[in-house]
Design a protein. Structure first.
Lengths: 160, 160
DNA sequence: CTACCATTGTTATCATTCATATTCACTTGC
DNA sequence: GCAAGTGAATATGAATGATAACAATGGTAG
């Protein structure tokens, strides 16, 4: 019989919330840590008027000039319809352009403008700096171990 | 000059989407890995008719009998109004009860019913099993390292 | 005791993110 | 040429998260 290490103190006033059971799960730690990272990222991107999604899209477009929207949606793990508004916003701000593909007039080739590339440079630099602060106390070997483990989890069988 | 290691192949057709820039960020790895974990968790909880939020709430209530809603909201890092519907659902399904606190008639003491405790046992066991599969190739020492690192990130200064 | 303020839970409302279904334009395979 | 498939857009809905405002109650200063 597996008795959990949690003793429900009968009708006692709760002074401190215990999450011992959830702390047994890697996913719980991941969610809590990621929340901190995400909150920091949102703050970091605010001066550039970028959200996490618009930032990710911009970076991928700069890194992959000429990519199609469906490719970008795949890369971002979101559905095509949801990408449209993101691309709309980036295009309206003239950070990227939708260029018709001559060989397939259904598709758009996504490319960053000069302004888009410049914003990319600044935003990536800012995020890099902020993340360095967040990971301050963690040495390089540990970081490498964590990244390797996260990659392995990401590549786990039951993906999509 | 910091030239990124990304060469924008002029007007070339993109065959494979590169995320080299994003791969420099720990947060990106965390998000991708967590997506996998979360998708698996949702699937795991589906047979029990639990979502991530109702599951988390149930676990915390079982572990902390008598806790208040505001304490639970704090523990779950969500706002009080958003917790109401979650508690409503758990109460409607008779997994928990809202018990009036005699000493403070504004507050409810949250307690799991027998059915709630039983569902808790089954759900926690299922999640434990599924997570074990997900972390299969990762040895204990690595897991401990990752958890320690995630905890450190979570406790980072700029929290809330 | 009264007046004021803080807290608990609730309702209403809104923004964001993500999914699905449908439609339109276009391409491709037969 | 036509049927089927693909790229993108639109409309819509579900889930999660936040804020504002409120009623009821509790605590405290005067």
């Amino acid at each position: 019989m597996k008795k959990p290490a949690v003793k429900p103190a009968e009708a006692t006033v709760v002074t401190h919330v215990s999450d011992v059971t959830l702390r047994n799960f890697m996913g719980y730690h991941m969610k809590r840590a990621f929340n901190v990272v995400q909150t920091d990222l949102v703050q970091t991107l605010k001066p550039f008027d970028l959200r996490m999604l618009t930032y990710t899209a911009l970076v991928l477009i700069v890194d992959n000039p000429g990519m199609r929207q469906s490719q970008l949606a795949d890369g971002m793990d979101i559905e095509r319809p949801n990408l449209v508004v993101i691309i709309d916003e980036l295009e309206r701000r003239e950070l990227i352009i939708r260029e018709r593909v001559p060989t397939d007039r259904r598709a758009y080739a996504l490319k960053a403008t000069l302004a888009g590339q410049q914003l990319y440079e600044k935003a990536v630099a800012a995020v890099t700096k902020h993340e360095a602060l967040l990971l301050d106390g963690i040495d390089d070997a540990t970081r490498a171990t964590v990244i390797a483990a996260l990659k392995q989890i990401e590549k786990s069988p039951r993906k999509g």
